[in-house]
Design a protein around this ligand. Structure first.
Ligand code: PRP
Ligand code: URA
Length: 208
């Protein structure tokens, strides 16, 4: 599939196993999310652009590089927050927007409750963060909001993607790039990804 990328890395596979394991503590769950997020951040940063600058080493002048654009990270509340610190460590100058979306447990439709993003999204690489791509309702709606606010160059980082959500997001938004740590089999009749990891927000924040 064009514009869909899976992180192929043994350490990421080990951490995905930690996420899946129902016996994993909240501490290990959060640390595993963080380590996978570092890998996603590095992968997405391949698409960043730099220009040449001159730098003085202690010995002589030489060629260096600096980014030519800004970066905006946008976690979808709540579970996307678990990915944010790792992205901020890799991209320390990024600004941060927040999108509050909660899936209605009956209809599985996303209900929005908060939206605040930095200005000049049109000039930034905008990276949406949400660990779970299930039906795709939440992330597709979030991407539409970002586009309405001017975002033009959008990347979506998730941990587990279901086929249903991947299809929806790539059909609704063929222009964005989607990165995931793993693809799972399907959704169950409650809209949960299987085999999955359960409820990402609850497992991140201990609200099970
Ligand atoms: C989860 C998850 C995604 C959404 C995915 O959030 O973090 O945002 O569900 O499902 P979808 O692809 O079918 O829209 P949830 O609504 O449970 O909120 P929470 O993060 O506050 O727990
Ligand atoms: N949201 C989650 O947290 N987990 C799923 O499996 C689906 C949606």
């Amino acid at each position: 599939m064009n514009n869909v990328f899976v992180i192929d890395n043994p350490l990421v596979k080990v951490d995905v196993t930690n996420l899946r394991n129902k016996a994993t503590s909240e501490e290990l769950f959060r640390n595993s999310v963080k380590r996978i997020s570092y890998a996603l951040a590095m992968e997405i940063s391949r698409y960043f652009e730099v220009k040449e600058v001159e730098v003085d080493t202690p010995l002589e002048k030489t060629k260096g590089f600096e980014l030519t654009h800004s970066i905006v990270l946008v976690p979808i509340l709540r579970a996307g927050l678990g990915m944010m610190d790792a992205f901020l460590e890799i991209m320390p100058k990024a600004r941060v927007g927040h999108i509050g979306l909660q899936r209605d447990e009956e209809t599985l439709q996303p209900v929005d409750y908060y939206y605040k993003t930095p200005k000049q999204l049109d000039k930034a690489k905008v990276i949406l963060l949400d660990p779970m791509l299930a039906t795709g309702g939440s992330s597709s709606a979030a991407i539409s909001y970002l586009k309405k606010s001017g975002a033009k160059d959008i990347y979506f980082a998730c941990l587990i993607a279901a086929p249903e959500g991947t299809k929806k997001v790539t059909q609704d938004h063929p222009d964005i790039k989607l990165f995931t740590a793993v693809f799972d089999r399907e959704l169950n009749d409650k809209g949960y990804i299987v085999p999955g990891l359960g409820d990402a927000g609850d497992r991140t924040f201990g609200t099970l």
